[in-house]
Write a protein that binds this ligand. Structure first.
Ligand SMILES: [Zn+2]
Length: 399
């Protein structure tokens, strides 16, 4: 009972420390921004155990914290337990940083995305450190060491994850904490934002024949992409993630009612399935337009460099990380489900660096980013038991 209360208190403490990603700043909300309060809390939480604590700058003034828990085999690359410390904004919420425990749930901003995962990971490691108190200072009964990374800036640029990869540390596997309702996410889509601009020629609309209408050009571009993508994408199916997806999500063009528009721009969001790449999808789009537009139109089309490219993630079903997590989840809940999801996470970057990943945690993605964000306490408790089982029973067998 005491342990249960400590776990819920830990989660409430994290919710009470605002950590809204500064990129989610709005004029209407007065929320305090940045991850520093949570980073300091994580550091203080582990200070008594004498383990190595490392701050890692993701962006100026915004740091991740790494907690290094050693195992008996110092030569084996550690397992990574990772959860981001930032949250989305709090627009429309009444009291986002006052955690509320009610009906077996904890409510508040970050409750499920992803402070419940962070709390479960912190709680497990603290338990292991306490149980290993008879061992030399800072050592636990783990064969393979473990690193908890509480990372900054997942909700915008995934900069904390990028910096962790760039620091060159190698891991035998990663569990990335996100609200998966205790399902094991073994694959997820990647993502790419692409801007395409059509350059026309302005003219007075009383003499449109002297101009080149950039909006009409863009209409041709969109039609080519729709015809091609609608025919081809549904044929490409990933067993867990389905087919690639794309959406023209913004369009801007023209300057005045009486001027033939010389400029039109669209933004496209692509979802990239495992086994494919952002670069591959970009090249494909370019080749469709090269084949289907006439040369004069093609000359007036410009591609910007994609400005958000998150690779897809996939871990083979027979991988030891996945087997270990299946055994741990089945052992605690009796039902281990392995799924794919259409959103992407920090695991994009770990997977791209060759680290086998699963995404796993308490809470439902349906409540993430919502004004009514909550997590079921029973799921947070189960996550603790699952992570503990995995670390004690399966982590050592990773290669
Ligand atoms: Zn998240």
């Amino acid at each position: 009972m005491a342990a249960k209360q400590n776990l819920i208190q830990l989660l409430c403490d994290l919710i009470a420390l605002p950590s809204v990603n500064p990129e989610h700043e709005t004029q209407q909300s007065e929320a305090p921004y940045g991850e520093g309060r949570v980073a300091d809390y994580v550091q203080r939480y582990f200070q008594p155990f004498g383990v190595r604590l490392q701050r890692q700058q993701a962006l100026p003034g915004r740091e991740s914290v790494l907690v290094w828990v050693p195992g008996a085999d110092a030569s084996a690359p550690p397992v990574l337990l990772e959860a981001h410390t930032d949250t989305v904004g709090v627009e429309g919420m009444d009291d986002p940083f006052t955690p509320r425990v009610e009906g077996g749930r904890v409510y508040g901003r970050g409750a499920c995305d992803t402070k419940a995962s962070l709390a479960a990971m912190m709680f497990v490691l603290r338990q292991l450190l306490e149980e290993g108190a008879s061992l030399p200072r800072g050592r636990v009964s783990l064969r393979r060491g473990c690193v908890l990374a509480a990372t900054a800036d997942e909700e915008f640029g995934m900069t904390g994850a990028r910096c962790l990869v760039e620091s060159g540390v190698t891991f035998s596997g990663a569990i990335v904490g996100e609200p998966t309702a205790l399902k094991i996410v073994a694959a997820h889509d990647g993502q790419m934002y692409l801007k395409i601009t059509a350059h026309g020629k302005a003219a007075h609309t009383s003499m449109p024949q002297h101009g080149v209408n950039a909006i009409y050009l863009m209409d041709e571009v969109i039609n080519v992409l729709r015809r091609r993508a609608d025919a081809i994408y549904p044929q490409r199916q990933h067993p867990l993630c389905g087919s690639p997806k794309w959406t023209v999500s913004m369009i801007h063009g023209g300057t005045s009612e009486h001027i033939v528009p010389n400029h039109c721009e669209i933004a496209i969001d692509f979802r990239v399935i495992p086994g494919e790449s952002c670069q591959g999808m970009l090249e494909e789009v370019k080749s469709w337009l090269a084949q289907d537009l006439d040369a004069a139109a093609l000359e007036r089309i410009e591609f910007a460099e994609p400005h958000k490219t998150e690779p897809p993630m996939e871990t083979p079903s027979d991988h030891l990380l996945l087997r270990g997590m299946r055994a741990a989840v089945a052992g605690v809940t009796g039902d281990a489900q392995v799924v794919g999801v259409p959103y992407n996470t920090n695991a994009s970057h770990y997977a791209a660096a060759g680290i086998p990943c699963v995404v796993f945690g308490p809470g439902d993605i349906a409540q993430a980013h919502s004004v009514d964000e909550f997590v079921e306490i029973s799921q947070v408790e189960a996550a603790v038991e699952i992570l503990k089982r995995f670390l004690l029973e399966s982590a050592a067998s990773l290669s």
